[in-house]
Every structure is written in structure tokens, then in C-alpha cells.
Design a protein around this ligand. Sequence first.
Ligand code: GLU
Length: 435
Amino acid sequence: MNSSAVDDLFAELEMSYATGNIYYQTISAVLEAAQLVGISHREQLILAQPKNELMVHFPVRMDNGSYQLFKGYRVQHNNVAGPYKGGIRYHEDVYLDDIKSLAVLMTMKCALMRLPFGGAKGGLKLNPREVSQDELMRITRRFTAALGANIGPDYDIPAPDMGSNAQIMAWMADTYINFAEINNKVEARSVVTGKPLAFGGSAGREKATGQGVVDVLEVLTPGMGLTLSTCSYSVIGYGNVGSWTARLLSAKGAKLRAVLDHRGAIFHAKGLDAEALAIHVRETGSVVDFKGAKVISEEEFYACEVDMLIPAALEQMIHEGNASLINCKVLVEAANAPVTPEGEELLVARGVTILPAILCNAGGVTVSYFEWKQNRQSEQWDEETVDRRLKRIMTDAAHRVQQVAEKYECSLRIASYASAVEHLKEIYELRGIFP
Ligand code: GLU
């Protein structure tokens, strides 16, 4: 869809965005794919804006006795395929348009994977490193109470995202259970996924996003002339997704050349030890000062020659200001929306293949689905079962994206959205409009 057609649609909805706006960028690419698939105008209008945008403000008593006001978001984009699903981010820089854009990506991700979920995303404006554990718990419980009946096991199911984790999910579930009907307490814990194993979590959930990245690479890299056991790669961000992707790739023999995080960048020509680096980051909070590694600048990091560059941190990190420095064959989007359209244009012009986020990082939500299913059936699958089922879903989706890219002669990104939209279109046509 050309940008004027997108603008016409927005004008009809009385919405207007600057071209650099992340929601505008995401929804424009989705609508381009929707047009390829040929969905109706009515369905385009539905997809162009989230169903619900919730913003809550709530006070919390801090350790020193003072009260602080917090801001939280939950955007529910679409639920035609099933309950809303998506993580809740804890970060000091969360804004409504970021959350809206990430909610759209969740709709697309769940539809691409053919999971029985819609898409949502949440955010809490907070740097979790700046509060005590007790404060974090009280903030999380108040946030959950403020969301109230806007979340639920059959309605909207949050999960961890950047800055949140299994402990935070345990507090959310516990708070929700306290409000649940007396005869519904067991079912109520499936209100969130990504919980700790001992409290309804799933084996393999913590590493799931990284595992899914590796499963997708196993399908797609051979056709790109790369062999995982011998290729080199670099990573942006060494949190859950970055560190697990690196640990699993390095276990296959791939060489981790460089890592960039919020405090700096490191390099090793012969390869960094991904396991030892994960321990170092857990202890110190950053990759800098890792023993034996050379400290490099951000520019040197981007210019570092590797087969694969794997952004696994925030959105829009690769843009027109740094894309022309990048020296890789394949860019693997482990993060959501890490490349701006201008950055993408520069990379594509230089022959870099981009593997799209909604495919690469869908392992997390897929194992979330397994967790939700296990909770509802009172089952506990072992890690081998989880890994096997995850691999099957990731592999099928990777093949589907390849086939759709051939069918429409488009990029893998547009193909991933097109495959998702094909699924949503089919559901809309079957369901029709009430009444
Ligand atoms: N936050 C993850 C994502 O962006 C996981 C979402 C989920 O498990 O619901 O895909």
C-alpha cells in the first residue's frame, strides 16, 4: 500500500501521525501486506487502530514513607482470533505509541504462528533497577489491581517483556487470584504466562524466545549460504532474549564476535564465551568489563564484520544514522521493530536479508501458549516436549513465510504480515459481523 492510501485510511479514522512515529511505521507495513492479501476496507479500518487503549495512574507507598504516582498502559489491539495476549514492559521510556505499535505486532505474531490469541501490550513507566524488591512488588500489585477486569484468563493474558520477569508475573497472578471468585482460583493463575516453574510456569519458557530464534535460523540460513556451526554473529542487548539466543547459537558452534548494550560494546576476534558472559551480566548488569574482551565504540560494533547481526534490545535501534555502517549478511530481528523503514531501505540496498521480528521472536509467546494450555489442563510438560512442540510451530511458520514471500514476490517482513493477515481475513469472513 502506498503511503497516501495509508494516509487516506487514517484520515477516515481522523488519526494523524508524523512519518517517524513508530505506530505509523508499523501499521503502514501491516496495511501494505493487508492490501497484497486483498482484505476488505472494513477489515483494514479495524486493523488500523487498537480496540482498546487503557492508561492508568496509581499511587504507591515507597520504602521511605513517601507516595509516588505511576503510569501504566495496556493496549488491546485485536481479539478476533482469541483472547488478547502480550507482554508488559517495565521501562522508564514507555509511551502510548510504542505500546500501540507493539500491540499490533502481537496480533500479527500470534496470527502468523496460528495461536488462538489476539494481540495486546502493556507498559509501566518505571526503571525497575531504581526501586527495591518490596517497592517493585507493591507497584506490580497496584498496577494489577488498576487493570482490574481488563485482564483475565479468557480475555487478556499478560506476560513478561523487557524489564519484567517471572517474579513480577507471580505477583500479578497472586494479586489477580485474590480478586477471583472463590471457586475459580486455580484457573485464575492462567491470567498471566511466564510465571516461575513452581507456580504454574512452563519448562523452557525462560529460554523460549532465544530457542525460537535458533529454530527459525535452522530453517532459513541454509538457503542463505550460512552454516550455523561455523558462522559468526554479533548481538545488541544481552538480557533474556540476547543472552539465550547467544548461548544456544554458541552451543551449535557459531562464533559470538561482539555485543553492544546500554553501557558499551565488547569484541573478541576468536569469539566471546556466551555462557560466561551471561553470568557476568547477571552479576554486574552489563557486558562491559568482561574479562579478556576488547572494549570497542558503538561505531566499531556496527562496522564489525559478521554473518549475522542480532538486535535483541529496544525498538528503532537501527536507523538511517547507523544502518550504512553495518557489515552483515543477515539481520535477525530478535527484538520487536528494531529497524526503522529508512534503516531497512539502506540495509536492503546493500544486500542484507532481514528476518522479521514477528517470526524470529515468536518463541516466547508460543511457549506462553503452552503454559496457558498446561494451566488449564492441570498438566506439566517436560522441557523436551516443550522444545519439540516449539520447534514444530517455529519451523512451520518459517516455511509459511518463505512460501508467502514467493507467492507475492515480497520481502520476508511483508510476507510475515501477509501470512498473518491471510489468517485473520479467513476468521473475519467466517465470523461475519454481529448481529
Ligand atoms: N513479550 C513477549 C513478546 O513480545 C512475549 C509475549 C507473551 O508471551 O505473551 O512476544
